[in-house]
Design a binder for this molecule. Structure first.
Ligand code: AMP
Ligand code: ZN
Length: 133
């Protein structure tokens, strides 16, 4: 997509700190500087989010997430990862090109990567009745 920043990073039109790439996907450093080692994994072909991506693209992205996560633990001194994704503006997505955030973790690193929820408003059983497939 012409005006998509992540498409431009994927194509090389805009520079990114490329950690790993293959034909279908790219892992690069997030510029937020909010936590050490914040990485994004994207498909090179544009899709907006998980609701918009075909299964093959999603599979390719998750395989790259696994390759990068293994690398962080096997070669970079980390012990685990948090994976984060916002799909749709309602969920907080700010860049409309599908991406998985990888946050590398070490025990006792002091990072709180889990959202603070305010507590469920509905009874779990009535929500279950609405959600079950
Ligand atoms: P989200 O809010 O989940 O859509 O996340 C978008 C992420 O993209 C944020 O963490 C931004 O810091 C990151 N971001 C935006 N522009 C760039 C860029 N040019 N290079 C690397 N990361 C970026
Ligand atoms: Zn794009």
């Amino acid at each position: 997509m012409d005006d998509c920043i992540f498409c431009k990073i994927a194509s090389g039109e805009i520079q990114g700190l490329r950690i790993y790439e293959n034909e279908e996907t790219l892992a690069f450093m997030d510029i937020a500087k909010d936590v050490d080692g914040h990485i994004l994994v994207i498909p090179k072909a544009h899709c907006k989010n998980i609701l918009d991506c075909d299964p093959e693209t999603l599979s390719a992205v998750m395989q790259t997430v696994k390759i990068v996560a293994d690398h962080l633990v096997e070669n970079c001194g980390y012990e685990g990862v948090n994976l984060l994704n916002a799909s749709d503006e309602s969920a907080g997505q700010s860049v409309p090109h599908f991406h998985i955030h990888i946050i590398p973790r070490k025990r006792d690193d002091g990072i709180d990567a889990w959202p603070k929820f305010e507590g469920a408003k509905e009874d779990i059983h009535s929500v279950f009745e609405k959600l079950k497939m």
